[in-house]
Ligand binder design. Structure first.
Ligand code: FE2
Length: 384
């Protein structure tokens, strides 16, 4: 465990049933932004623009009066990424990057009242990271607070209803991004964490008791295993169902699972992947592939089996197979999904592109095929 990692320790008085009756809900409205801390923010931002179709809308750095870091605000659909790099070796971003490589520091939530959410979370046992802070400029007032969760990851609570600037004080808008050409990514669907063996349940309880999330799904190691590795996962969701946070932990297997590989490479727990939702996955993945985004290969035999299992879909099976898109069906409908290769040198963060056609699941029918593909990549890295 990294020394900075808080333990999931909501106190005994934090029973969500009593807490919610006297405090009301925590007021989470949805995702606000995902902030990446990287070694070279200028180049990482260029990658997310040119390869993933994000538009540069805001910038903070020496030219805007911010002298210790450079931050680029990128948008596509309702998704907002902030990509930040340090300008000196003693900056916290530099330490984070040295330890973890490029990584996700903050999964920030939009809230009604940042101070109320923060105070409620602390009353229920959360570890403070940033006290409620009012940031003001000519565009109005922004209130930000944050709690620490697994590893060096934080959740900011952002109250921005009285703020009309591009992102936050210190940021200036970028009028026209010559690289901007979106690929149809519309919204964040889920953000997945990897934690060490034995910690998944505690973090699941933490989100339930501190932030009033509920457990949407539980996948045990029977559901998520191949012949040689296994993992377990619980999916937490907020009261409005806008945020979904699966939490994975490794399960005993014959070989080292992808979760263990991640935990070693990231040097601790953290965000494993972000799922970005599109309304037209065939066109999104075609565009991403043409821009050089690499995806996990899918074995040919997958499609024969899956067509049998899933039945009719609106998309062309030829397109899905040619692009390597996976399909799964449950009682509510079906979903289409595909997974990128890791997007930095360490085998840590990757992206999922997902389209939901009724199904609110996570593609459990694809887990085995998917994990066998990941094991192929692990093997090529000499990590299996
Ligand atoms: Fe996922």
């Amino acid at each position: 465990m990294p020394p900075t990692s808080p333990r999931p320790s909501p106190d005994a008085s934090s029973d969500p049933t009593t807490a919610s009756s006297d405090r009301g809900n925590v007021g989470i409205e949805g995702y606000d932004a995902v902030e990446f801390w990287v070694g070279n923010a200028r180049q990482a931002a260029h990658f997310y623009r040119s390869a993933f179709g994000f538009r540069l809308v805001g910038y903070a750095g020496p030219e805007t009066g911010v002298h210790d870091r450079a931050s680029y605000v990128l948008e596509q659909g309702s998704i907002r990424f902030v990509v930040s790099g340090a300008l000196a070796s003693d900056h916290p971003i530099a330490g984070h990057q040295r330890r973890h490589g490029d990584g996700i520091r903050d999964v920030a939530f939009r809230v009604d009242n940042a101070e109320d959410t923060f105070t409620t979370a602390l009353d229920r046992g959360a570890t403070p990271h940033r006290k409620p802070t009012v940031l003001e400029d000519e565009h109005g007032k922004l209130v930000v607070a944050a709690i620490a969760v697994y590893g060096d990851t934080v959740h900011s609570f952002v109250q921005r209803q009285d703020y009309s600037g591009v992102y936050a004080p210190g940021y200036e808008p970028v009028a026209d991004d010559p690289l901007a050409s979106d690929v149809g990514l519309a919204r964040i669907d889920h953000a997945v964490a990897n934690v060490p063996e034995g910690e998944m349940d505690a973090w699941s309880r933490f989100y339930q008791s501190v932030l009033e999330f509920s457990q949407l799904r539980h996948f045990d190691d029977e559901a998520i295993s191949t012949d040689v590795t296994a993992l377990m996962s619980k999916v937490l969701t907020d009261e409005r169902g806008r945020i979904k946070l699966p939490i994975n932990e490794p399960a005993p297997g014959e070989k080292r699972s992808q979760i263990e590989e991640y935990l070693e490479a990231y040097e601790g727990p953290g965000i494993q992947h972000l799922a970005l939702e599109t309304d037209d996955i065939v066109s999104s993945v075609s565009a991403l592939r043409s821009r050089g985004v690499g995806f996990l290969p899918v074995p040919d035999e997958y499609y024969a089996d899956t067509r049998q299992r899933v039945g009719d879909v609106d998309e062309s099976w030829a397109d899905l197979q040619q692009l390597g898109i996976l399909v799964d069906r449950d009682d509510e409908g079906y979903l289409l999904q595909i997974f990128t290769e890791p997007v930095q040198d360490r085998p840590t963060i990757f992206f999922e592109i997902i389209q939901r056609q009724g199904s609110q699941g996570f593609g459990v029918g694809n887990f085995r095929a998917l994990f066998e593909a990941i094991e192929g990549a692990q093997r090529r890295r000499g990590n299996l």
